[in-house]
Design a binder for this molecule. Structure first.
Ligand SMILES: *[C@@H]1O[C@H](CO)[C@@H](O)[C@H](O)[C@H]1NC(C)=O
Ligand SMILES: *[C@@H]1O[C@H](CO)[C@@H](O)[C@H](O)[C@H]1NC(C)=O
Ligand SMILES: *[C@@H]1O[C@H](CO)[C@@H](O)[C@H](O)[C@H]1NC(C)=O
Ligand SMILES: *[C@@H]1O[C@H](CO)[C@@H](O)[C@H](O)[C@H]1NC(C)=O
Ligand SMILES: *[C@@H]1O[C@H](CO)[C@@H](O)[C@H](O)[C@H]1NC(C)=O
Ligand SMILES: *[C@@H]1O[C@H](CO)[C@@H](O)[C@H](O)[C@H]1NC(C)=O
Length: 484
């Protein structure tokens, strides 16, 4: 009896040793590619929308895991700050609006960034595309925030070909103004440059690529050939151009992933694709069947298109995961995927690595859509419920894809309840059609208590007045660092 137990114990220890040595052998950190589509709506990819053309994205989304409850902030820089820091923007002063070129606004300097952690673990880290986390001082720019290299622009948006915005040129090669690229469409510049980085990289070192594309933010611009090839069936002019822009993004994604595959990177890789916010309806973005638009606290502004793909890291693939995730979760998730949890200080993000890897339930039960006292806009989610207090951001209706004859219809929302609150059960009513404030008083009160607790932790927004010192005319015509 005793002897048998001893044998069992020894066997168990032996198996344990074998298993852990396999685990150790597999623990080579994966390459990580984080692709961001700017302003891509919930219904702007052809795995959801019939009128779009995204075969490369669709294939990898379907082979991978579609994240169907992946939340982002209602607009650009706040989402980017969440990815880079793991904090909700209302905890870092970035909750109000996006950063503007004339403002002394930036991701606070005392936050450790995602590439900084990855670099400390042996990764190479490169950023290609849109930064939008501050540039008034060099120390806020990408190569001072953890990236080995940067090619792209600092601000929210610009012309896709001449790379100017608001009277200034905005395109950098690391920290230097780069005028080589004038006249070239940004998706082509970024793809070619990314391919160059991949080719020059030594695959033995883990690679982190952060690829925040300009596509598909306004202005609505795209080489005509993409419209002619993929989008001539669309009657609405804006939606037709948007379709072309989405098609270039998909081609870029296809080119980059196919090069990664050719060079053998797919053996050990975590590929993440996400939007930064919902689609802007006035610029032909579409979030159907969700309510609202970019800039709003509605699901259409905050529930993002996202998926992950890997050949070797997930125990289940080819399905839709409905686990609750928020943009702040990418920071700890990516860091855990690189080998070991982030435990340097407490952040808002929760690692979703097991949710993704093993399809276990999401650890998240609650998140903050936003807390922005300056805009009187507040919303939280707890369990299945969502509470909104104050402003929603406008564009409160439901917007189907524009009709074949071009017309953009709108399903006009009924008048809101009296009083500042709105309450929805998102699980049963993801389209936010049935307001529960009058029928679910108990839940309303519990949710108000939760919201108050979060509001007590709000850091005042850093939303300074425009500073004339930013004027690109003072800096050789380019938006530049050196005035804060
Ligand atoms: C960064 O600085 C702010 C303001 O001083 C402080 O409240 C916050 O705790 C700091 N964060 C970290 C992670 O050190
Ligand atoms: C860049 O293109 C925009 C149109 O998107 C135009 O308004 C602007 O004048 C152009 N700027 C330069 C410097 O060519
Ligand atoms: C960036 O600068 C490097 C070094 O000067 C140069 O080789 C490269 O072509 C530049 N990239 C672009 C896109 O202009
Ligand atoms: C993708 O690769 C093809 C073939 O080299 C090229 O023609 C196309 O411009 C590339 N697309 C992008 C977005 O860079
Ligand atoms: C085309 O769609 C855009 C964006 O959805 C909309 O603003 C515009 O009014 C539509 N055009 C027509 C003719 O309805
Ligand atoms: C994803 O969520 C949307 C909105 O709730 C829903 O319409 C759709 O059926 C979900 N997709 C899957 C595959 O679960």
């Amino acid at each position: 009896m005793v002897c048998q137990r001893l044998i069992m114990l020894t066997t168990a220890i032996f198996i344990n040793l074998v298993v852990s040595s396999i685990v150790v052998a597999q623990q080579k950190p994966p390459h990580i590619v984080f692709v961001v589509a700017d302003d891509l709506g919930f219904n702007d990819v052809s795995f959801r929308a019939d009128d779009m053309h995204t075969p490369n994205i669709d294939r990898m989304a379907r082979e991978g895991i579609i994240l169907n409850s992946s939340y982002v902030q209602p607009l650009c820089s706040p989402s980017r700050s969440a990815w880079m820091s793991g904090f909700f923007p209302f905890h870092t002063g970035l909750q109000h609006d996006a950063m503007h070129g004339w403002q002394k606004a930036y991701l606070p300097g005392n936050l450790t960034t995602l590439p900084e952690v990855l670099k400390s673990r042996g990764y190479a880290a490169h950023a290609v595309g849109k930064w939008h986390l501050g540039f008034c001082n060099l120390k806020y720019t990408p190569t001072y925030r953890g990236f080995d290299s940067f090619l792209g622009y600092y601000m929210a948006m610009e012309d896709y070909y001449n790379h100017t915005q608001g009277g200034g040129y905005d395109f950098r090669n690391n920290t230097a103004v780069e005028r080589n690229v004038i006249g070239q469409y940004s998706a082509h510049i970024f793809t070619e440059h990314t391919e160059k980085i991949i080719r020059a990289h030594n695959k033995d070192q883990p690679l982190f690529l952060y690829l925040p594309f300009q596509s598909v933010h306004e202005p609505l611009e795209v080489p005509q050939i993409y419209i002619d090839k993929y989008c001539s069936h669309i009657g609405n002019t804006s939606r037709r151009i948007k379709c072309g822009m989405v098609a270039v993004l998909d081609e870029a994604f296809g080119n980059i992933t196919s090069l990664l595959s050719t060079l053998g990177y797919m053996d050990n890789i975590l590929l993440i694709f996400t939007t930064d916010n919902g689609g802007p309806v006035p610029f032909a973005g579409n979030n159907w069947p969700l309510r609202g638009s970019k800039h709003t606290i509605w699901e259409g502004g905050t529930r993002g298109t996202a998926f992950v793909w890997s050949n070797n890291l997930f125990s289940k693939t080819g399905y839709t995961n409905d686990g609750m995730m928020h943009a702040v979760d990418w920071f700890p998730t990516i860091i855990e995927a690189s080998g070991k949890k982030f435990d340097e200080y407490k952040i808002d993000g929760m690692s979703q690595w097991d949710t993704i890897r093993h399809n276990t339930p999401s650890p998240r039960e609650e998140f903050v859509y936003n807390i922005d006292t300056m805009a009187n806009m507040f919303a939280i989610r707890h369990g299945d419920y969502k509470l909104i207090h104050g402003n929603t951001g406008g564009l409160d209706d439901w917007y189907p894809v524009p009709r074949v004859d071009g017309l953009q219809e709108e399903e006009v929302a009924p008048p809101p309840p009296s009083g500042p609150f709105r309450l929805f059960n998102i699980k049963e009513d993801p389209e936010e059609r049935k307001d529960l404030t009058e029928t679910q008083q108990d839940i309303l009160n519990q949710m108000k208590t939760r919201l108050d607790a979060w509001r007590a932790t709000e850091v005042p927004a850093n939303y300074p007045k425009n500073d004339p010192a930013a004027n690109p005319a003072k800096w050789g015509g380019a938006w530049s660092s050196g005035w804060c």
